[in-house]
Design a protein around this ligand. Sequence first.
Ligand code: ATP
Length: 313
Amino acid sequence: MPETVSSLAVEADGLHKRYGATIAVDGISLSVPAGEIFGLLGRNGAGKTTTVELIAGLGRPDRGTVRVLGLDPWRDRVRLRQLLGVQLQDAQLHAALTVVELVRLYRSFYRSPRETDELIESVGLAGSRHVRFDKLSGGEQQRLSIALALAGRPRVVILDELTTGLDPEARRQMWSTLESLRESGVTVLLVSHAMEEVERLCDRVALLDAGKVVALDSPAGLVRRAGFAQRVRFRAAEPVPGGLLERLDEVDRVRSDGGEVVVEGHGDLLQAVSVALVRAGVVATGTRVERATLDDAFLALTGRPLDREEAGR
Ligand SMILES: Nc1ncnc2c1ncn2[C@@H]1O[C@H](COP(=O)(O)OP(=O)(O)OP(=O)(O)O)[C@@H](O)[C@H]1O
């Protein structure tokens, strides 16, 4: 259906969605060009899942419009089903069906599906072909749900919490699956808590907070909004004289954190801090350098961190 295909894979304009008193999505607009891996990052309850549900046509916005490949996901959902793959959190699959039965069932929904064995192997489930869904581990269920999202050779894929519950090897395998999808021109919408994953994979990221996009940029562009490039942490054997570090050109901010001195800045920060401490006769131990992350950007933009405990859910 080439006449329907827009160069923008996803366009959302002014989306609002309310559940009772809760405003889940509060005026979200996004444009995602074809072939991009686009991340939605935010804390629990920020509105990520609701946003992708509206994009997938699984719900209707109270206000605003969505187009996926130029189609209205609600009105044109029969046509869009052939072009869109969706893997959502807590997908309720048929518990009593085996891996191969589920893959065959999903293949039957599409006009030109991928091969059964290729799909199963692509997510490393060849050894579990005849295992029932409810007997798979959480990580295996997750991998199967991703294979099912890719069964119809979708042009746009929505993946919610792609690697939650996966071990490091399965996670790396999933990342390379996504990179090859991008190479073949598929657009991926990736919902995540996992900053490392988002920084590594996404071309652009929308940071969501309380139903709003608070920033939208490349991961590197977002990290720049942290307001500093790197931080040096150390323990000082004696108090650091006031103003010693603050007056250095490379230093943006000095604070203490659980007995450590934390110096945020740019340029050759470590060198500048080390020289100043030596000159002042302050002995520093456990010194380490960290670069700014998306977490720092999120904190700078929203005033709250992206909770790491939640990230491990
Ligand atoms: N079907 C629903 N009924 C009532 N409230 C809902 C429903 N779906 C979502 N919400 C509420 O809307 C807000 C946004 O939820 P949403 O699931 O979109 O956030 P999220 O960013 O995906 O969070 P999480 O990372 O926890 O999945 C939350 O306050 C949530 O409790």
